[in-house]
Design a protein around this ligand. Structure first.
Ligand SMILES: Cc1cc2nc3c(=O)[nH]c(=O)nc-3n(C[C@H](O)[C@H](O)[C@H](O)COP(=O)(O)O)c2cc1C
Length: 217
């Protein structure tokens, strides 16, 4: 199967950096964005539960300016082409599990009874085994996988990103009208094209050596 070379992968991973200044005039073409949207959707999650909703802001400039003030004034929120807010379920209910079981049965054209063991496992492990705070934390861990998948996919397509934790999640929930929706803000990511003036693109990557962080046994 044809795939990219290790050299290309490393080249793009080195090319990627947390972009501080985006070129506010450049928009990601629809076809490229569509693939990036799929990188969110295709992200794996624990049990396959997908306890998230990706709120994509690419039109409403006024809304994005309001979010800048809930994000330590970081301009990436407004100047990037697309700004993704990763929101997660505030709790995991039996209804969530049931919806997912319906989805498996319909997609794979199997009887729902075939997914009963999986259903029981998720219910005991997540629905009853964790309290609401732990459920949201569990969901957040899944969202971070989507964030990583999104950034790497973007880098492979030559799209710049900035992961954003420097934000006030409660204020985001207010501005985005998420209160009472069953979803809460977890993390965000700006995507688009680096501005030529962004000096951060020239900085050497600071990473520990393999010797320091990889243990081969
Ligand atoms: C979860 C997460 C949250 C981050 N939040 C911010 C942020 O709010 N603003 C920012 O400029 N950079 C943010 N960063 C970028 C990191 O500072 C950056 O990835 C790190 O210093 C390594 O640099 P590099 O990504 O340019 O290689 C965040 C990174 C991660 C993974």
């Amino acid at each position: 199967m044809a795939t990219i070379t290790p050299e290309t992968l490393l080249e793009q991973l080195h090319w990627r950096y947390a972009t501080k200044q985006f070129d506010a005039q450049r928009k990601i073409p629809a076809q490229v964005w569509s693939a990036l949207e799929q990188s969110l959707i295709l992200t794996p999650s624990s049990y396959g539960m997908q306890p998230w909703k990706f709120v994509v802001l690419n039109k409403d400039a006024e809304l994005r300016e309001r979010l800048v003030s809930c994000s330590w004034g970081q301009r990436q929120v407004a100047d990037s082409s697309h700004y993704v807010v990763f929101t997660v379920r505030t709790e995991i209910t039996e209804q969530d599990v049931d919806t997912y079981m319906d989805s498996i049965a319909a997609t794979r054209q199997i009887d729902k009874s075939a997914v009963e063991p999986l259903k029981k496992m998720i219910e005991s492990g997540i629905v009853r085994g964790l309290n609401a705070t732990q459920q949201q934390e569990w969901a957040s861990r899944q969202a971070y996988i989507a964030l990583g998948n999104f950034m790497t996919s973007a880098a492979l397509l030559g799209i710049d990103t900035c992961p954003m934790e420097g934000l006030d999640p409660a204020k985001y929930d207010e501005v985005l009208g998420l209160k009472g929706s069953g979803y809460a803000t977890c993390v965000a990511c700006a995507a688009g094209y680096r501005a030529a003036s962004d000096k951060y693109s020239q900085l050497a990557k600071v990473r520990y050596t393999a010797q320091q962080v990889v243990e081969n046994r």
